[in-house]
Ligand binder design. Structure first.
Ligand code: ADP
Ligand code: ZN
Ligand code: ZN
Length: 801
């Protein structure tokens, strides 16, 4: 083939199609669909993805490819097609969709440079910056203070050019290896010829007459306590040879995983796994919803289904929410499948992630366990895709390419003719509704393993506590139960929902609240640094000593951050050893694991934390779970508030009494009568589903209607209002009867980083129709959206997952 069709790495409307490049002879054997290349594009060189090869080009002037970055294609043909599909689904550029499938390090970074093309002097200022050099780092120019206008003039005159150099951040690691170049007989012969003085060489040759395998140079020299000087002559004489071997960084190399064997399945498990195995056998696509209470043995069902896939020589993708990808979870997969498992999650370094990804690409593993983006694992023979905790919000990517891993999974499974298993104790309403309609096949595990029961849940009405004069954030019952565990040497987990809470600063005299000057939001108080920070932009300031409004000194911080709970706990039960786990204490790599290990070793009595402790934890000694404020989620302006509350309460309760000792749960709330609190305490998913579906129907919410959220932002508030109003009007006019357009309304955070945000929400039945309309809107505002700091329109299909 003569030409390569390339999608260049410039996300824009004009470049959202392939460009043709001629393939120079030297690259002919390596250029194939899916490889990354460097191509000239206008005055610069940029990265691109080959999507097809062709013998003819419709373009007149076709330039040569400059560089090929891959030998093995970075993207399989299936992934190239999937990217196309994804681009249609999310209305994002094709290249952005290809990007989202690759590890961070494979997305090339560019260095911007200025090239002086002439010998004659430039503007004196600019000449001083160049300082006799021919190439100048753009950053240096930027910092020099010379005006862009001056630069522009020279560029227009053809005296200076802007170049983009690809700065690859790929970090392959290699190690130097040594191995014999002669066969055994030849080696022995050589050994006899060695003179007496060559004692060291003799030792090396002796070593290799015994060991024929390559060994790392470093290790060899260490073993024989010699230096590379003694190795050199042997390599020169052609007795040994050296080569570089790629080494994979293995984040788990220091860990021993105890091998486990499959359990004999219970009757319920056997019934659930039957249809899955059958589908794997037939290589047919089907979507299963495995609804099983926590501890009912879902994971064992996953493991045995995966085993079947591996026995067939096929591959499996296992998705787990980021925060549930705990060491315990990894252990279960590594323990069962050993080195056939790759693990992908955000706590790995960029290099480690790249290496895990390469193991998948090189087919050294058959299973990947990973968070959301692992759905794009470059396997070519997928036999099963599993999504555990399928209701989790983290499966939806919330920026740029707004995909949902569940949708991608089903799409990939169709292409591979393999089943998808969605598992959860509290399935998303949409999924359960699809199962109820027969679109998904419902499989149920209703009993916990080993006859364990779900813990009893006590609901405490915090209004009553207040009535009785208890102003603390701990009810009397919770306090008593914590103390009881302390005396028994058992442990407790206290859960505080992070969302909906912040530690804001308020003046008690005039009610003034410290807000970010750039965003419409209260600043959060950080006690350790005694500073106020905005969580939406980078603004921070010192904690004021007096009110900026009325100069009163009675300025206090409010709210119930984990830090504040920790302090209250210290006062209430001073003898308790508390471990706090939140974004602040888990920022550093590995700290998450360290805290959990500490708790597991019983070095603390109480684990206090946010969302991140709600999942996956499995400690036998935890017999009490306290939920400090169950309402914090209910009060979010989100139609899923009840669903999320139900899911969270159920998850948290599942953390107690997982082993022999029975567990108890105390839920503190100001709205004990709310059905999601009440039904979660009874573990009654079916009734919750009925109740919630009734409400969704009455208010035209999913799963009865599709939703699209359009958010408009711009530095000028009037402009935002105007555009959003126009969009809403257009949608009202064009959409058919069964739709509703809500808004425009200011977004919950009306101003972020000095940009105003308004939104409108569309509820609709006919998907293709409204998608076309949205495309027209984006097309209409295209020019305004291109301007720097200009209009931004964000379209989110199926928001608030
Ligand atoms: P889930 O994923 O639904 O929370 P798990 O698969 O973690 O449930 O199972 C709960 C516990 O029961 C685990 O400790 C697991 O090892 C054990 N288990 C699972 N299946 C069986 C079985 N068939 N026989 C005995 N123990 C089992
Ligand atoms: Zn004041
Ligand atoms: Zn801010």
């Amino acid at each position: 083939m003569t030409f390569a069709r390339v999608i260049v790495d410039v996300p824009s409307k004009n470049t959202n199609r392939p460009f043709d490049y001629k393939i120079p002879e030297k690259f002919e054997s390596v250029v194939q669909p899916g490889v990354r290349v460097i191509v000239p594009f206008g005055p610069r060189k940029i990265m691109g993805y080959v999507v097809a090869l062709t013998n003819e080009s419709d373009f007149d002037k076709v330039k040569n490819l400059s560089e090929v970055l891959d030998v093995t294609p970075a993207l399989t043909e299936e992934l190239l097609h999937l990217g196309k599909w994804l681009s249609k689904q999310t209305l994002s550029y094709y290249v952005s969709c290809l990007q989202v499938m690759l590890p961070q390090v494979m997305k090339a970074k560019y260095r911007k440079e200025l090239w002086k093309l002439t010998e004659s002097p430039l503007d004196s200022e600019l000449d001083r910056v160049f300082d006799g050099r021919a190439v100048l780092d753009y950053e240096e120019f930027d910092a020099s203070g010379v005006s862009y206008h001056t630069l522009r003039k020279h560029i227009d005159d053809g005296e200076v050019d802007v170049h983009y150099e690809v700065k690859s951040r790929e970090t392959k690691r290699t190690t130097r290896m040594v191995q014999p170049a002669l066969d055994e007989m030849e080696l022995l012969g050589f050994l006899e010829d060695l003179s007496k003085q060559a004692k060291k060489q003799k030792a090396i040759v002796e070593y290799f007459t015994e060991h024929r395998e390559p060994i790392s140079k470093k290790q060899l020299l260490q073993t024989l306590s010699t230096t590379s000087a003694s190795l050199k002559p042997l390599i020169k004489d052609g007795v040994l040879k050296e080569f570089d071997q790629e080494v994979f960084r293995d984040p788990y190399q220091d860990r021993e995983f105890e091998r486990t064997t499959p359990f004999e399945l219970t009757e319920e498990q056997a019934e659930a796994i039957g249809p899955i195995l059958k589908t794997i056998d037939r290589e047919q696509h089907d979507t299963f919803l495995l609804h099983g209470v926590t501890g009912s043995g879902k994971t064992e069902v996953y493991l045995q289904s995966i085993q079947k896939v591996m026995d067939k020589g096929e591959e499996a993708i296992m998705l787990v929410p980021e925060i549930a990808l705990t060491p315990q979870m990894v252990e279960r997969f590594k323990g069962r499948f050993g080195s056939k498992v790759a693990v992908l999650h955000s706590a790995l370094s960029a290099g480690e992630k790249y290496d895990e990804w390469r193991k998948i690409q090189r087919k050294e593993v058959q299973v990947v366990v990973g968070a959301r983006s692992a759905i794009f694992a470059p396997f070519s023979n997928i036999g099963l895709i599993i999504i555990d905790e399928e209701h989790e919000t983290s499966y939806k990517q919330e920026d740029r390419t707004r995909y949902h891993a569940r949708d991608v999974a089903i799409e990939r499974a169709k292409r591979h003719h393999c089943p998808v298993v969605l598992g959860s104790a509290t399935p998303a309403l949409e999924s359960y509704a699809r199962a109820a309609k027969g679109n998904y096949q419902l499989l149920t595990l209703s009993k916990r393993m080993n006859d364990a029961t779900m813990p009893d849940v006590e609901i405490v009405d915090m209004r009553e506590e207040l009535h009785e004069g208890n102003r603390s954030m701990f009810s009397r019952m919770l306090k008593e139960k914590i103390e009881d565990r302390l005396t028994k040497g058992e442990q407790a987990v206290l859960f505080l929902n992070r969302r909906g809470y912040s530690t804001f600063v308020m003046c008690r005299d005039c009610g003034h609240v410290s807000e970010c000057p750039h965003c419409d939001i209260a600043l959060t108080f950080h006690k350790r640094q005694n500073r106020l920070k905005c969580h939406y932009c980078s603004h921070e300031e010192p904690m004021p000593t007096e009110c900026p409004e009325c100069e009163s000194k009675t300025i206090r911080y409010f709210g119930t951050g984990t830090q504040k709970v920790e302090e209250a706990l210290e006062q209430l039960i001073p003898e308790a050893r508390v471990l706090r786990m939140d974004v602040d204490t888990t920022r550093r790599k590995g700290s998450h694991e360290r805290l959990l290990t500490k708790f597991g070793n019983k070095e603390a009595d109480i684990l206090l934390g946010t969302q991140m402790i709600a999942k996956g934890l499995d400690f036998g000694n935890v017999t009490l779970v306290g939920v400090l404020a169950a309402d914090s989620l209910l009060n979010l302006p989100d139609f899923r508030a009840s669903e999320k509350t139900f899911q969270l309460l159920t998850q948290v309760s599942g953390r107690a009494g997982r082993h022999e000792k029975p567990g108890e749960v105390v839920v503190q709330t100001y709205t004990p009568e709310h059905y999601s609190v009440d039904l979660a305490s009874e573990y009654d998913f079916d009734r919750f589903f009925q109740e919630e579906m009734r409400i969704r129907k009455a208010f035209n919410y999913p799963p009865y209607y599709f939703l699209t959220l359009i958010t408009v932002s711009h530095p000028n508030q009037l402009k935002v209002q105007e555009v959003t109003t126009k969009i809403a009007q257009f949608m009202r006019q064009k959409l058919s009867d069964q739709s509703f357009v809500l808004g425009p309304t200011p977004s919950a955070l009306t101003r972020i980083n000095n940009r105003y945000r308004y939104q409108c929400m569309i509820k609709y039945k006919k998907e293709p129709e409204q998608r076309k309309l949205v495309e027209r809107i984006l097309h209409y505002y295209e020019d305004e959206m291109k301007q720097e700091n200009g209009l931004q329109i964000i379209v989110d299909f199926q928001p608030y997952q």
